[in-house]
Design a protein. Structure first.
Length: 127
């Protein structure tokens, strides 16, 4: 009986973070984030004619990009609230939000926004 109780307690302790949404997802840049950027961002932020001097077509270019050449990076690993990428995709302000509704683009799905946030929280790894 004691063994069953320990197994139940073990299962509860390790399933509790999942129930509360606190699990580490190990979001992949290549498999999770890049497809989002491809669907929503690369029309304007890849190749020679990129808008705002922001290049999102590769990990290295994303990490080196600066919003209109300002000193703050597009992504600050571990800090979505200081990462311009997360700020613009999660904003409800039409003047800030990317992709811009005024150009006929839809806002990212909440699940895509969460993936980007989680990727940044996990250190914005090139994985």
């Amino acid at each position: 009986m004691r063994i069953k109780l320990e197994i139940i307690l073990f299962a509860l302790v390790f399933s509790f973070p999942a129930a509360c949404g606190g699990t580490v997802e190990d979001v992949s840049f290549k498999d999770d984030v890049m497809p989002i950027l491809g669907d929503y961002c690369l029309q304007c932020h890849a190749g020679k004619g990129t808008q705002g001097n922001i290049h999102l077509d590769t990990y290295d270019r994303l990490m080196k990009s600066r919003y209109f050449n300002k000193p703050s990076p597009m992504v600050v690993p571990g800090e979505p609230e200081n990462s311009r990428l997360y700020i613009v995709v999660s904003s409800n302000n039409p003047g800030v939000r990317m992709p811009p509704e005024s150009f006929g683009f839809n806002k990212l799905d909440e699940s895509d926004i969460r993936l980007i946030k989680t990727w940044i929280l996990e250190g914005a790894k090139n994985n």
